[in-house]
Design a protein around this ligand. Structure first.
Ligand code: AVJ
Length: 319
């Protein structure tokens, strides 16, 4: 076997079936909504990489700071021989972790973007030619089957992406992580923290408009995949802080009354002027809440690390 393998765990048409179901249901209901995972085609993944470099978008830098300082502690606490990473994207931050895990044998990056997996896998193997990389093109919300790989295993879910799940989805997800792990395995979870709303809103509504473009990318995806005739210019990017739920919401707001045809799902969708589609929830956390949610899934929080400014946390929990 070559040191880099890329496996699709979904049938080839499962992704488009899931997109059709999400679009048909999400745009037929009131209020309208679309799941954030459909942002990430090749262009969307590129735009997200750009977001991570914006002055307003602190989570990536904050998490990298924690990983840089704590990688040796994570290595000592886990002794991991296999690292599984959900939503690995460019695997950029993971480099620090891989470098510190001296006993590491296998890296299993899991992402919906095959292009991102291929690029990241190749880059990693240049630095770590002895590493076995078994990439999975998969949607972690639909149940994962992991390749055979030596324990102890460390499952990393970084970037704060767990915040994209709604509370009930999050509970189900953490339970499925528990079920994937064996006793002695660990979860490394990145969570963005509650902070002043102005800082949070700016991170999702940057001055250069990159996040606005990222948000509107879901309309391009629907146009391309389902033959839709959205004009992205008909929509405004909206980012707001929901203080009660403690999450950021991104929405697309129709600038005028309009109708969109989406032949791929046999749908004609009407928007009133000012009507919004919720395109993303990005929950922000507190230590107690994270501990409680992990405990409810059968995982015990053992380490809680934040960046110096206290904006973002990495937690380590054990099964
Ligand atoms: C990749 C899910 C962590 O929620 O902050 C960035 C995605 N959305 N800007 C986040 C995102 C808008 C990001 N995650």
């Amino acid at each position: 076997m070559s040191p880099l393998s890329i496996t699709r765990t979904l049938p080839a048409d499962a992704t488009s079936a899931a997109l059709r179901a999400d679009v048909a249901q999400g745009l037929s209901r009131t209020p309208k909504q679309l799941p954030p995972k459909w942002f990430y085609d090749a262009r969307g993944s590129e735009l997200f990489e750009e977001i991570t470099q914006l002055p307003e978008y602190y989570p990536t830098r904050a998490e990298r700071e924690i990983l840089l300082t704590r990688a040796p502690g994570i290595a000592a606490a886990t002794d991991a021989r296999t690292l599984i990473e959900l939503g690995s994207g460019s695997s950029d931050k993971t480099r620090h972790l891989i470098g510190a895990l001296t006993g590491l044998h296998t890296y299993v990056p899991v992402d919906v973007s095959e292009s991102a997996l291929a690029a990241a896998g190749k880059a990693l193997l240049i630095e770590h030619p002895d590493l076995t990389v078994q990439a999975l093109v998969a949607d972690f919300q639909r149940g994962l089957t992991l390749p055979e790989a030596p324990g102890p295993r460390l499952l990393a879910f970084l970037g704060g992406t767990v915040g994209n799940l709604l509370p009930d989805e999050r509970a189900a997800f953490l339970r499925s992580v528990h079920d994937l792990l064996s006793p002695g395995d660990a979860l490394l979870l990145g969570t963005d923290l509650v902070k002043d709303p102005a800082t949070l809103v700016a991170a999702y509504d940057d001055a250069q408009g990159v996040t606005a473009e990222f948000n509107k990318n879901v309309l391009h995806v629907i146009n391309r995949e389902l033959g839709g005739d959205f004009d992205p210019a008909d929509f405004d990017h909206v980012a707001l802080w929901n203080a009660e739920r403690e999450w950021i919401e991104m929405r697309l707001r129709a600038r005028k009354e309009l109708t969109v045809k989406i032949p791929g799902v046999d749908l004609v969708v009407s928007f009133a002027e000012g009507e919004e589609v919720r395109t993303e929830v990005s929950a922000k956390f507190r230590e107690d809440g994270v501990r409680d949610e992990l405990a409810a899934a059968g995982l015990e929080l053992s380490k809680w690390w934040t960046d110096g400014a206290g904006r973002f946390a990495l937690s380590l929990s054990v099964r």
